[in-house]
Design a protein around this ligand. Structure first.
Ligand code: ARG
Length: 587
């Protein structure tokens, strides 16, 4: 089914067409001034230029033709030639009724095929920090949104598990524990199945190893050699490295659990190591790569480049692979595995923009991705009130876990303040605080456009009033309890609608759901959904304040209003699900 703006654009476009004016000038959108009209078409001004006529005159001709159509209750010309349109309540009723027969409320399937979303990039042996918050939340939401749109969207964590850091840690363990079997060349037995250290120890050893390598050249050389040996398949090192992966994955999953963030593909940079030699050979044979000062590079600059575009470094002069090498090999791996792949979307800090530009160009040049869209959604940073990257009160970098826990604790305090959920067990209450905290975090994150930085304001984001996640949860729970009451009182919830003045604003807004989803999908930006959900919750609140639904004497009006409530709840729930926010049963 089509949306109201689409239906209206068709009708108005046809009139333009009959007048031999470009049809797309008849595009209709929701009015910027809902106090004056429901919809507007601004095409008469451009049409007047083409036809060399007065815009109001053209607008009048169009209005005269439109008046033949009985779906309009009012058509007016405003200002220089804006055409303001209002629909009859009958038409609105029939539209809502057809929306209601579709469990997607009119949102069409917008695409198909596989999409890989790369939004993790957490590094092994390093605690997740505040910088991982944004890509994880945005990526996870885009995965839900694109699935709702019809795609088979898959999240790939793309763990940072290769490279010099690994050699630094391995060599540090070797220095501290030379007696461990991993380092014994003549060792023939099985390596310990469980690590001989905890994740906390691993996380502590990494910065120490890294510092030691900075301080001492020989120590750095040792780390380099350990890296090369690991990458060449040294059995003991590989067994030790596997512990790093296992412990880190456990910690990552534990960090993500309260946010219900998940991945479909738990691979890392290391998984594609075995492709690298083959890719290098292929690139060399086809002259895609070049040798320059002993290094292998892929030139990616193009004519017309406005900024300097350095080549992608494939092998450094010492033969080492780079971040770009593993990204190219990962693309190669994906196109071999996902035969229906349509897009690859990377949600990664915008400071990596140049890197992705180089990688995308190199992959295209190599011919790997001719029919695949590649996109880097560069996210900004979360800042403290001082406009600098968010830190703890002690001035330390905020860990991911601290960030989430602080907000959940604040959500609990908010429940206390508002006397909410007081009749529940501690455990049930804790679960509500988690849902409220997660709603606060995710709504704030997703209502900002990905590339914009924003300031982390815990008081604002956890408030039950204003544009916040908790406000939306509160409204959704409120509608649910109203519907429950209606059910207990055996009230009918009709499939038919009776729209009167007090119902119009909410009814019209409900009909904007499909356009909103389309916009969010087209621009890969959930903030349209956040804005819409807030408007919907507010429109519901006004509607509910104006109409005494439970005591309404006109039964068909009451049944229609209850249906509007049910639809509002369903649509809110669908959006919140896409945003990764879950509504508690009660609050
Ligand atoms: N591990 C990388 C980092 O910490 C992020 C990885 C992002 N994804 C990618 N395919 N490059 O910067």
């Amino acid at each position: 089914m089509t949306s109201l703006t689409h239906i209206l654009s068709g009708i108005v476009g046809d009139v333009f067409d009959k007048l031999e004016l470009p049809k797309d000038l008849g595009t209709v959108k929701v009015s910027d001034r809902p106090d004056l009209a429901q919809f507007q078409c601004n095409g008469a001004m451009a049409a007047a230029k083409i036809a060399k006529k007065n815009p109001r005159e053209i607008a009048q001709t169009i209005c005269d033709a439109l008046l033949q159509n009985d779906i309009f209750s009012k058509i007016e010309i405003a200002g220089p030639g804006f055409i303001n349109l209002n629909l009859t309540d009958e038409f609105l009723q029939s539209h809502l009724k057809s929306m209601n027969t579709d469990d997607r409320y009119g949102v069409p399937i917008l695409g198909e095929g596989q999409i890989i979303l790369d939004y993790g990039g957490m590094n092994v042996a390093k605690a997740m920090h505040v910088g991982h918050f944004r890509p994880n939340v945005i990526g996870d939401c885009l995965r839900s949104l694109l699935r709702f749109a019809g795609y088979d969207a898959l999240g790939d964590v793309h763990l940072g598990d290769w490279g010099l850091q690994m050699g630094q840690i391995i060599s540090e363990f070797e220095i501290r524990h030379p007696d461990w079997p991993y380092f014994d060349k003549s060792y023939k037995g099985n390596y310990p199945p469980e690590p001989l250290f905890t994740y906390q120890e691993l996380e502590k050893i990494y910065p120490e190893a890294s510092q030691a390598c900075k301080d001492n050249k020989d120590r750095l050389e040792q780390a380099r050699q350990a890296t090369v040996k690991l990458q060449d398949g040294h059995a003991g090192y590989t067994a030790l490295w596997q512990h790093f992966i296992d412990l880190s994955l456990e910690d990552i999953k534990d960090n993500l659990a309260p946010l219900n963030i998940d991945y479909d593909i738990w691979k890392g940079e290391a998984c594609v190591h075995h492709f690298i030699a083959k890719i290098a050979e292929d690139m060399h044979a086809r002259n895609i790569s070049e040798i320059s000062n002993g290094a292998t590079i892929i030139p990616v600059s193009e004519q017309g480049d406005k900024k300097e575009m350095p080549p992608l470094m494939f092998f450094k002069s010492d033969g080492a692979v780079t971040y770009g090498t593993t990204d190219i090999a990962t693309i190669y791996d994906r196109i071999k595995l996902y035969l229906d792949l349509k897009k690859m979307i990377y949600v990664v800090d915008y400071r990596q923009n140049l890197h992705f530009e180089q990688v995308f160009r190199a992959a295209t040049k190599a011919g790997y991705t001719t029919d695949i869209d590649m996109l880097h959604i560069g996210n900004g940073t979360v800042n403290g009130p001082d406009g600098k990257p968010f830190k703890t009160r002690e001035g330390k970098a905020m860990t991911f876990r601290d960030l989430v826990n602080t907000v959940i604790a604040k959500a609990m305090a908010r429940l206390d303040e508002a006397d909410l959920a007081t009749d529940m067990s501690d455990e049930a209450r804790q679960e509500i605080a988690r849902k409220v905290g997660v709603a606060a975090l995710k709504y704030t994150e997703l209502s900002n456009q990905p590339h914009m930085d924003y300031i982390f304001d815990i008081d604002r984001m956890t408030a039950f009033e204003g544009k916040t996640g908790p406000y939306l949860l509160y409204q959704a729970v409120r509608i649910k309890s109203l519907l429950k009451k209606a059910e207990e009182n055996n009230l009918t919830i009709a499939d038919d609608f009776k729209i009167e003045a007090k119902d119009r604003a909410l009814a019209l807004l409900l009909s904007e759901f499909s356009d909103t989803v389309k916009l969010a999908v087209r621009q890969y930006s959930p903030h349209f959904l956040c804005e819409y959900a807030f408007n919907l919750a507010q429109a519901f609140s006004s509607f509910y304040a104006a109409c005494h639904i439970m005591s309404e004497q006109d039964e068909s009006l009451q049944a229609s209003r209850l249906k509007l409530c049910a639809m509002t709840h369903d649509i809110l729930e669908k959006i919140l699900n896409i945003l990764g926010i879950h509504i508690p049963e009660k609050m």
